[in-house]
Write a protein that binds this ligand. Structure first.
Ligand SMILES: [Zn+2]
Length: 493
């Protein structure tokens, strides 16, 4: 399409989705190469209706013309913002606002698009209006949040081969005793930490200063990754190589550390990248792979319980109805994982482990995007903490993700009873059985938990503002239904 010039100063109206495309065609044919423009508060609806048009027509031409876009994305449209973030000539920030309309400014053009029931757009050619809204944009831009999303890179390289690539930066490897044994003879600089005490961070920082390390490589489970991440700074990036996939911690920008006996969460830089060394993970003893990955799935699925809690609390205020769709919308990546397990899971083979890594990564990334832990754990985590603290048989130490999975199953059962929609619970049973998470009193016994413990645990957390807590009595009444025998109690489809 040739260049269309809007000759006259004036106001032009465009109706419907096709009209909005026309409006954008005017915009993209009005810029000159290397121009810059801005868009604020692009709502979710616009992406749903026009995503392929935006990608194939608007952004393709924009990048060809080297036109820079600064874009502020609405709170509920993050995934689209992240797609744009990777495009050249594009800066994206995020604001927690939700509006049905968006506006943009290009030179003397101001365009406003409303994506409501009857979408329409207004294009205004007026330099003083355009300047005014451009000034407003600057204020909003200042308030927006930048999000650095680390990529997950799968590789067939070993840990040594990965570290070798960074030798020019004098890397410091932060690891745990298990992984230390595997690489201590490599000749690399290594610091081995035993626990998540904050004093380790100080130790690492001192070593970095003394030996002038330019990059940190975290290698191991959450303890090593948390410590490595906590030492990272703007000019001191960190790369993470997880060796077990047991929790949603691999790619977050937060670290959990013990400061004088108190466990605290610290905000950190986002890791630069997460490298999954597939041979390293797969060379772990098979029983260990399963034990950790099972916990990984358990921690991942616990976000279902967390999302139920978040939705439930929101609805308390709005008096709206609880629905599966609302629960799903908060955590699409976890629902993808549920479908994956139902369709493809094949007993912790290589593909299952790689898929788990991707799901845990995506779940971690969503923590970075939302900038809150709200969706990483709900009452199922609280239940797990009291079980661990007070009730689990001494000598038995179930993995974190496995013990939280107990509460998630109760929450989804309860969700089915309260809403009448039992599809989620039925799916959870299927995926628990496939992944080996506990679904019976017998399997709970192996975790050191019996019915009495559960009853006490649920009572202990009944004061929380959470879905399971608010329905504590009903939850207790449902325990037999959930855990008695082998699932004969639920309808297989
Ligand atoms: Zn957790």
């Amino acid at each position: 399409m040739g260049r269309i010039a809007l000759k006259e100063k004036g106001i032009y109206r465009f109706s419907g989705i096709s009209g909005i495309k026309q409006l954008y065609n005017h915009v993209i044919n009005s810029w000159r190469p290397k121009d810059a423009y801005c868009i604020v508060s692009a709502p979710l609806e616009s992406f749903k209706k026009l995503e392929s048009f935006f990608i194939k027509s608007v952004h393709a031409k924009r990048i060809k013309d080297r036109v820079t876009l600064k874009m502020i994305i609405n709170g509920n449209a993050q995934q689209y913002g992240l797609v744009r973030k990777t495009m050249p000539f594009t800066q994206v920030k995020f604001l927690d606002v939700e509006t049905p309309a968006e506006y943009g400014v290009l030179n003397d053009l101001l365009f406003i698009v409303n994506y409501g029931k009857k979408p329409y757009g207004i294009l205004i050619k007026d330099a003083s209006l355009a300047d005014t809204f451009n000034e407003y944009f600057k204020i909003l831009w200042h308030q927006g949040r930048k999000i650095d999303i680390p990529p997950l890179i799968k590789t067939s390289l070993s840990v040594k081969e990965i570290v070798h690539k960074y030798l020019a930066k004098n890397p410091l490897i932060v690891t745990d005793p298990y992984n230390y044994d595997q690489i201590k003879k490599s000749g690399y600089s290594i610091i081995c930490i035993q626990n998540n005490n904050y004093s380790n961070v100080v130790r690492i920082q001192n070593k970095i200063k003394k030996d002038n390390h330019k990059i940190i490589i975290g290698l191991g489970g959450c303890t090593a990754l948390d410590a490595a991440r906590a030492c990272s700074k703007e000019n001191l990036p960190c790369i993470l190589i997880p060796t077990i996939l047991s929790t949603v911690c691999i790619s977050v920008n937060k670290s959990v550390l013990n400061v004088g006996g108190e466990v605290k969460t610290f905000n950190t830089e986002s890791p630069q990248k997460i490298i999954l060394s597939v041979p390293t993970i797969m060379s772990t003893k098979r029983t260990e792979i399963i034990r950790w990955a099972q916990a990984g799935f358990g921690d991942l699925f616990s976000k279902v319980g967390a999302s139920i809690d978040v939705v439930y609390r929101e609805l308390e205020k709005s008096k709206d109805v609880l629905s599966l769709e609302k629960v799903r919308r908060n955590i699409p990546e976890v629902f993808d994982a549920i479908e994956y397990v139902i369709e493809y899971f094949n007993g912790y083979n290589k593909r299952d482990i790689e898929a788990l890594a991707v799901f845990l990564h995506e779940a971690s990334v969503s923590i970075i995007i939302r900038d809150t832990f709200e969706l990483s754990g709900g009452a199922e985590h609280n239940l797990a903490y009291v079980l661990e603290k007070k009730y689990i048989k001494p000598g038995i130490k179930p993995e974190h993700g496995t013990i939280v999975s107990v509460g998630t199953l109760i929450e989804t059962k309860l969700f089915g009873e309260v809403t009448g929609d039992k599809s989620l619970y039925n799916k959870m049973r299927v995926i628990y059985e496939k992944t080996g998470l506990p679904t019976t009193y017998e399997s709970l016994a192996k975790l050191g938990v019996n019915k009495e413990n559960l009853v006490k645990g649920i009572r202990d957390i009944s004061k929380l503002n959470a879905f399971m807590s608010m329905h504590a009595k009903q939850a207790i009444d449902l325990l037999d239904d959930i855990f008695q025998n082998n699932g004969a109690k639920y309808e297989k489809k």
